[in-house]
Design a protein around this ligand. Structure first.
Ligand SMILES: Cc1cc2nc3c(=O)[nH]c(=O)nc-3n(C[C@H](O)[C@H](O)[C@H](O)COP(=O)(O)OP(=O)(O)OC[C@H]3O[C@@H](n4cnc5c(N)ncnc54)[C@H](O)[C@@H]3O)c2cc1C
Length: 426
């Protein structure tokens, strides 16, 4: 009954047909195609080609049944150990510590158990329909060439389980997530050559990954182009509300008018929101990848090691080692050692791993303290929408975010309750 009331509350017809979507990452492109299919005139504005920022080089997981937020009870006690460990999963650049402090405090507060449970449920609801959305967006044939529904494995280096493992297990149980415990012997069977550091694992049989996140975004962008969507290769400098409704987007080369604006500019979204007095507690958790183009091992599915904060994902163009979190803002130069650490982790797991000349990359996760994205109308600004803050799960919730966002814009009854993602919650 309460959910019904909330759904009715958000129903509001849109005004105007002309939509500008700022940002051509997985979130902007998925939203844009759903909006186009709903009959609106859609222009995507981005100085980069589709899928060239954070959506380019991630670990490619598009369904991960484990819907827990990053901040968890007891995590604070682990943070000093992580920060002191040069191989650790989390680094905070000292020069950026003061700037990041307010966000980190909110992140710590988000680790309270009641908030973890509600964040986990919000993530679960958003992630549930994601694969169906990708299938809908790119069509079954292309889906089959890009997405492998073969599961994923989490690996531990100790037999003992910590507090966050126990909380995750309880959330999995409550959400009905299917998992299968794997013994050391199971791991040896499934992953020949795995070293003795891997003591046990957990199989998530319903996980899925894309073998090329960039190609997934470009496939959706191609559908948008075919449907008549327009791409403007421009950077938005300012969003100016117009008298009588709508907005002017001041870009580096033009002033563009739009009835409806969707900000899906990932970690850069606050640069457009803050001048409007509508900034979000958005920080970037920078992450790295290292690609081995000719790996000596063939993984049947992605592997994750949470204590090392990294994943190994089999891609169509090699083996991708991806992960770690670096809090250093949007301006600092990449620290290439973070990518090299990924190779050390991978060789701890597979000592004989070789793979040709590696390439390295860094991306900017757009992260809100509670790990739940902000999807909806910006408070006080009619027809200005935001879709960002997906942190570690933008590919796992990209298609479903596009669907929800488009339903909110056109005023259709949303397929899931949008309240947990409301930008007004901060
Ligand atoms: C190492 C690593 C591994 C990851 N692994 C996974 C994973 O396995 N699964 C998963 O679900 N998620 C993963 N993620 C997270 C995921 O990649 C992100 O959540 C997702 O890509 C965010 O998408 P986005 O569209 O919001 O942002 P982006 O892909 O960063 O796109 C934002 C776009 O906005 C544009 N833009 C910015 N400012 C402006 C402006 N002023 N005007 C116009 N355009 C602008 C940018 O050019 C960019 O193209 C990982 C991230 C990293 C770093």
């Amino acid at each position: 009954m309460r959910a019904e009331a909330q759904l009715d509350k958000v129903y509001m017809p849109f005004s105007g047909r002309n939509v500008a979507v700022i940002g051509a990452g997985i979130i902007g492109i998925s939203s844009a195609l759903y909006l186009k299919r709903a009959g609106l005139d859609v222009t995507v504005v981005d100085p980069l080609p589709p899928g060239s920022a954070t959506s380019y080089g991630n670990a490619g997981m598009v369904r991960h049944d484990c819907n827990v937020p990053v901040a968890m009870p007891g995590m604070l006690r682990q943070v000093p150990g992580w920060l002191l460990n040069p191989l650790g999963p989390l680094v905070l650049r000292p020069s950026y510590a003061l700037k990041a402090a307010p966000w980190l405090l909110q992140w710590i507060r988000a680790g309270r158990m009641d908030r973890v449970n509600s964040a986990a449920d919000a993530l679960c609801k958003l992630h549930e329909g994601n694969l169906a959305c990708y299938r809908d967006l790119i069509g079954g044939d292309t889906f089959e060439t890009l997405i492998r529904e073969v599961g994923g494995i989490q690996i531990w280096e100790s037999e003992a389980s910590g507090l966050s493992d126990r909380i995750t297990a309880e959330i999995n149980r409550r959400q009905g997530v299917v998992t299968e415990p794997l013994s050391r012997r199971d791991l040896e069977r499934i992953l020949p050559g795995i070293s003795g550091i891997a003591k046990r694992g957990l199989l998530y049989p319903n996980n899925a990954h894309t073998t090329n996140p960039h190609r997934l975004v470009t496939a959706i962008a191609e559908r948008l182009r075919q449907a008549g969507g327009i791409f403007a290769t421009e950077r938005v400098l300012k969003i100016i509300p117009r008298e009588g409704g709508g907005y002017t987007l001041m870009t580096n080369t033009a002033n563009r008018k739009a009835d409806i604006v969707v900000i899906a500019a990932g970690a850069w979204s606050n640069r457009l929101l803050e001048p409007l007095g509508a900034g979000l507690p958005l920080e970037t958790e920078r992450g790295y990848h290292l690609m081995l183009p000719t790996p000596s091992i063939e993984l049947p599915m992605p592997l994750q090691m949470k204590n090392r904060g990294f994943a190994l994902s089999p891609m169509e163009h090699g083996l991708r080692l991806a992960g770690t979190v670096e809090i250093a803002g949007l301006e600092a130069a990449p620290d290439e050692r973070r990518s090299e650490i990924l190779l050390k982790h991978a060789r701890a797991l597979f000592p004989d791993l070789k793979g040709g000349q590696p390439t390295i990359w860094m991306g900017y996760r757009p992260s809100l303290p509670d790990s739940v994205p902000a999807i909806g109308e910006v408070p006080k600004y009619r027809c200005l929408y935001i879709a960002t803050g997906h942190g570690h799960t933008g590919m796992i919730g990209g298609g479903s975010t596009g669907r929800l966002l488009a339903e909110l814009v056109i005023g259709n009854r949303p397929y899931i309750d949008p309240a947990p993602y409301s930008p007004t919650r901060f």
